[in-house]
Design a binder for this molecule. Structure first.
Ligand SMILES: [Zn+2]
Length: 501
């Protein structure tokens, strides 16, 4: 359809007198089929779901289902729902001024029906772009039927001499305003039972009771939801008839690979900043930031039911870049190269993004976050430096060497202070440092190597220095580690090796 059509008469001439059968769900299905045939990308910007979530989503749309996305926080659920807008037509014809976007070919409200009867083919029509056809609501227990469906204004009714059940006396809620579009309700289980009943009634029967008055509204809406899986399956959280009407339950998940996670964060985090500084983020910093989230998701001190959002690495990376910017500005550098130690400066974005189990509470959020960062560094470092000879550097420390540690040190100063450490420059090359790399980049690579050795407990560090030896006061080993140690001791032959991580 084109928006050159301006009157009901022209619309009828171009498209016939009856509305499109199947409504909005058919429209989305048609557009999806066209995209599938053309091999167009379906949900650009949704990373890591190609073989899992997206095929199920496509099937749900092809089936014209209302559906729900079940997943923990920060799994791109809302983003997927918003992306459905791309599957709507560019614009649809609507009755001008109608709050529920009535179709001029088949208006459902009394006022629009009256206008069509009065003005006929001369009636001017308007065009509603696809962006105006998506309504989103976060469910909370205090959402009322008035918010969702609408309310009746008895004074207006009395003044107009109208029947209270007449639509002209109604203030429309969110659902009617989503008519001919997509209505997304986030965290569905938080919606009170009677509101769920109201939703169900209007979708199933086309009518609803408001303050005892029957209201009839034949809405055309694609209804989509999100929920935490445990809340959704908990008994009594969702009324059965509504659950019954949800055609598909689709499970979302966190990134399964660190590469995917890096790609998501690169897309979402605000790191290309104006201000005269050039930001260059090394891959190992990106990987450490993601690994913090992976570690948190598998740490039993962190509550798994509430999950660890992908927003954790996203805002962490932003703070990491900011900390590096701060250092560059203070030292008059124009090149900003974040370091692994900058991740510690991002504690404020980490501690708020997970819930702790009891054992975690005892240890404290900040200490947990520090443990996670160290484990993440160790993991990324081990992967990258597998088989590397770290002995020479460790010996330098064992022979009494020590280095200052501060995230405020300028790149060239850090490089200069580590010149005498034998074997360090060779190790640093393994980070993929380009030949002739500028000082801030070399400094970042050195920082990564030192933090890596510290994470592997080959050297130790306190607040401001790296020195020889393992940690003076090791943290209490977890039960799993204790089990691993016991196993280690039982190995015959007495060839015990020390356990790192
Ligand atoms: Zn209307």
């Amino acid at each position: 359809m084109t928006s050159s059509i301006q009157t009901l008469g022209e619309l009828r001439k171009a498209h016939g007198s009856s509305p499109r059968p199947g409504g909005v769900k058919q429209e989305i299905r048609d557009n999806l089929m066209r995209k599938l045939r053309a091999g167009e990308p379906l949900f650009p910007g949704i990373i890591g779901y190609d073989d899992t979530v997206i095929p199920q989503l496509v099937n749900a749309v092809l089936s014209r289902h209302n559906f729900i996305l079940l997943g923990l926080r920060g799994q791109a659920k809302s983003r997927i729902l918003r992306a459905l807008v791309d599957l709507l037509d560019d614009a649809v014809p609507v009755m001008p001024g109608c709050e529920i976007h009535d179709d001029p070919l088949a208006p459902i409200c009394r006022a629009c029906r009256n206008r069509v009867a009065d003005e006929g083919d001369r009636l001017p029509i308007a065009w509603l772009p696809r962006e105006g056809r998506f309504v989103e609501k976060l469910a909370t227990p205090d959402v009322t039927i008035a918010d969702m469906v609408g309310d009746i204004d008895p004074i207006k009714a009395a003044q107009g001499g109208l029947d209270l059940g007449d639509e002209l006396t109604m203030h429309y809620g969110l659902l009617p305003r989503a008519n001919r579009g997509i209505f997304a309700i986030n965290e569905l289980p938080d919606l009170a039972g009677k509101i769920q009943v109201g939703l169900f009634n209007i979708l199933q029967e086309g009518d609803v009771q408001i303050k005892g008055y029957p209201i009839r509204l034949r809405l055309d809406v694609l209804l989509v939801f999100t929920a935490n899986p445990e809340d959704y399956t908990a008994r009594g959280k969702i009324i059965t008839p509504l659950k019954d009407r949800i055609g598909s339950e689709i499970r979302t998940h966190y990134p399964t690979s660190r590469e995917n996670a890096v790609a998501i964060t690169a897309q979402e985090a605000w790191t290309s900043r104006a201000g005269g500084l050039k930001v260059q983020i090394p891959d190992y910093v990106r990987h450490v930031v993601e690994e913090v989230a992976f570690q948190a998701r598998s740490d039993r001190k962190v509550d798994r039911r509430s999950g660890v959002s992908q927003r954790l690495p996203i805002s962490t990376l932003e703070l990491v870049v900011s900390n590096a910017e701060r250092r560059a500005l203070a030292n008059g550098e124009t090149l900003v190269v974040p370091r692994v130690t900058d991740v510690y400066a991002a504690l404020p974005s980490i501690t708020g993004k997970f819930e702790l189990e009891y054992e975690g509470e005892l240890r404290g959020a900040e200490q947990i976050a520090r443990d996670l960062i160290r484990a993440a560094v160790g993991n990324v470092f081990s992967g990258m430096f597998e088989g590397a000879d770290t002995k020479t550097v460790v010996e330098w420390f064992d022979l009494g060497g020590s280095l200052p540690m501060s995230d405020a040190t300028a790149g060239d100063a850090l490089v200069a202070s580590t010149k005498s450490v034998q074997g360090l420059r060779d190790l640093v090359q393994r980070t993929g440092l380009a030949p002739g790399a500028p000082a801030p980049a070399v400094a970042s690579a050195i920082d990564f190597v030192l933090e890596g050795l510290y994470a592997q407990k080959k050297i130790s560090r306190n607040e401001d220095r790296y020195t020889a030896g393992a940690e003076p006061a090791p943290r209490r080993p977890s039960r799993r580690e204790e089990a691993a140690m016991e196993e280690e001791i039982r190995i015959p032959g007495g060839n015990k090796k020390k356990y790192y991580n």
